[in-house]
Design a protein around this ligand. Structure first.
Ligand code: GLY
Length: 269
C-alpha cells in the first residue's frame, strides 16, 4: 500500500507530524552553488559532516530518512525542498526558476513515485521553488519571490484546491524564499524576520520576532514535537525554549553560505 493512501486517511490536523524525509548528499560541485550571501565558499568536507548531523537530527525526530546520492551535475541539488511540495494527499513537482536548477526535478519524480500515487507538476510559464511554500494545517502560503512567479503560485493554488487544500500568496522582497524569513514553530505561532514581522498576511498568528542580526535563525523545522534550529542564534533559541519548545540545534554554516536554511535540505512527509 502506498504511503499517501495511508496519509490521506489521517486527518490533516497538524502539518508537523511526519514519518519520512528525503535528503540528497551534496556533491563536490556544491562549492559552485548559487548564492547572494557574502559568507565565502562552502568547505566540502565540513558540508558533508554537517549533512550527516542534519540527518541524525531528523532521525532523532523519528523520521526514516531516504538519502539520495550526490548529483554533481546540479550544484544546488542538496536543497531538495525546492523541487517538490509534499502534502498528505499528493506531491507536486515544482519548476525552479534558476536555470542551473531547472533540471533537478527529473531525478525527484521517480523517487516520489515510490511514495505517492498522485503527482502533479508546475508547468511553464510558471516557476516555483519549494522554499517559497509554507504549509500551515491545510493552507499553503506561497511566496512571490525572485524564484516563484504568479503563474507558478496560481497553478499550485489550483492543484491544492483540487485535493481539498487551499493556498494564497505573500510578497517576498527581502529574502530568497518565503521560509528564509518565516516558519511555523508552534500552533498559530510563527517565527518571523524582516518584512514578515508586521505582515498583514500573518496578523492572525502570534509572531515571535527575530532581530535583524539573527535573521538566518528564522528558518526552523517543526517535526513531531521537536524544533530544529540553526546553531549560532542564542536569542532565538532562548525565545523558543521560553515557549516550551524542545530544540535540536544543527550547524549548517556551509549551507548558509549558499543561502540555504534547515528546511531547504529535506522534504518531510
Ligand atoms: N543556493 C540555493 C539557491 O539559490 O537556490
Amino acid at each position: 500500500e502506498k504511503h499517501n493512501e495511508k496519509a490521506a486517511r489521517k486527518e490533516i490536523e497538524s502539518n508537523s507530524m511526519f514519518t519520512k524525509a528525503i535528503v540528497r548528499t551534496p556533491g563536490r560541485s556544491l562549492t559552485s552553488g548559487l548564492t547572494a550571501a557574502k559568507l565565502g565558499t562552502p568547505v566540502y568536507q565540513k558540508a558533508l559532516e554537517q549533512h550527516r548531523q542534519y540527518i541524525a537530527a531528523l532521525e532523532r525526530c523519528g523520521l526514516d530518512v531516504l538519502i539520495l546520492e550526490a548529483d554533481e551535475a546540479f550544484p544546488d541539488s542538496t536543497f531538495v525542498e525546492d523541487v517538490a511540495i509534499v502534502t498528505p494527499k499528493c506531491a507536486i513537482i515544482t519548476r525552479p526558476a534558476a536555470a542551473s536548477r531547472r533540471g533537478e526535478t527529473a531525478a525527484m519524480l521517480p523517487v516520489l513515485e515510490d511514495f505517492y500515487s498522485y503527482i502533479e507538476k508546475i508547468q511553464p510559464p510558471g516557476t516555483l521553488d519549494g522554499g517559497d511554500v509554507m504549509q500551515v494545517d491545510q493552507h499553503f502560503y506561497i511566496g512571490l519571490s525572485s524564484r516563484t512567479n504568479r503563474a507558478g503560485a496560481d497553478q499550485l493554488i489550483e492543484i491544492l484546491q483540487r485535493y481539498g487544500m487551499t493556498g494564497s500568496t505573500v510578497p517576498v522582497t527581502e529574502v530568497l524564499h518565503l521560509k528564509t524569513g518565516v516558519t511555523q514553530v508552534a500552533e498559530k505561532t510563527l517565527l518571523a524576520a524582516g518584512e514578515f514581522i508586521a505582515s498583514a498576511t500573518f496578523s492572525d498568528f502570534r509572531i515571535l520576532p527575530v532581530p535583524e542580526e539573527a535573521k538566518s535563525g528564522a528558518n526552523c523545522i517543526r517535526i513531531n514535537g521537536k524544533l530544529l534550529l540553526s546553531t549560532g542564534f542564542p536569542e532565538v533559541s532562548r525565545q523558543l525554549v521560553d515557549q516550551g519548545a524542545e530544540l535540536i540545534e544543527v550547524d549548517i554554516s556551509e549551507y548558509a553560505k549558499l543561502d540555504g536554511g534547515l528546511t531547504c535540505l529535506s522534504l518531510r512527509f
